[in-house]
Design a protein around this ligand. Structure first.
Ligand code: GTP
Ligand code: MG
Length: 210
């Protein structure tokens, strides 16, 4: 088995308001790094990480989108082909929680594909909580997705986001019966598996792998 072996390649996008911690969740997950300084994501960025789910390897191509409104047109062009979606809000920012349904609807409007999603309430370390756990759970139930509270700062439950998403991805992928040798899948939608970084899409900012 070569080092680059994987069973599936899956596009995942991370959505949510500006400042909720999307980029830091990803830098913790991929690079074990956290930055106190806020540097807004410009357009989109992406990272690659292999996730082990039981006996399978899922190569995640994770697109970190900008939460700022002015980038909305750019980020929406990256929805296409996403198979996993991570919706993030901040536990200390009530507005970011209220806006989650808007993010969910923006996906529903732009794709007919069935996606695997997870709802994440971030900044669990903070004392200034504005959104209760039960509220997050209720919203997640409404959209039939798992829910998790995390702290990127303390690296709490960050790996769990991807493990839980990975479990659902694996079930879906196995149900679809896709194998690495199949290049493109269009049976129930437009998502594509097992393609190296989508040739037509390039991030507008830096490209990192991990
Ligand atoms: P955009 O790129 O503008 O969409 O923002 P973002 O969602 O990527 O947020 P980012 O990861 O840049 O984090 C915004 C700010 O929140 C930064 O100052 C981080 O240090 C801080 N932050 C991120 N995660 C946490 C966390 O878990 N706890 C605390 N206390 N602060 C966090
Ligand atoms: Mg960001």
């Amino acid at each position: 088995m070569s080092l680059g072996y994987y069973d599936w390649l899956v596009k995942v996008i991370v959505l949510g308001d500006s400042g909720v911690g999307k980029t830091n969740i990803l830098t913790q997950f991929c690079d074990q790094k956290f930055s106190q300084n806020y540097t807004a994501t410009i357009g989109v960025d992406f990272k690659i990480k292999i996730l082990n789910v039981q006996d399978k390897k899922i190569k995640l191509q994770i697109w970190d989108t900008a939460g700022q409104e002015r980038f909305r047109n750019i980020t929406q062009t990256y929805y296409k082909g996403a198979f996993g979606i991570i919706f993030v809000y901040s536990l200390i920012d009530r507005n970011s929680f209220n806006n989650v349904e808007g993010w969910i609807k923006s996906i529903l409007e732009s794709t007919t594909d069935e996606v695997c999603s997870i709802l994440v309430g971030n900044k669990l370390d903070s004392q200034d909580r504005r959104v209760q756990t039960a509220e997050g759970e209720k919203l997640a139930q409404k959209y039939n997705m798992p829910f998790i509270e995390t702290s990127a700062l303390e690296n709490k439950n960050i790996q769990d986001i991807f493990d839980r998403l990975g479990q659902n991805l694996k079930i879906r992928l196995e149900n679809e019966g896709q194998k690495v040798s199949n290049n493109t899948h269009t049976q129930s939608g437009q998502f594509k598996l097992n393609q190296e970084a989508n040739q037509t899409e390039q991030p507008t900012s830096s490209c990192n792998s991990c």
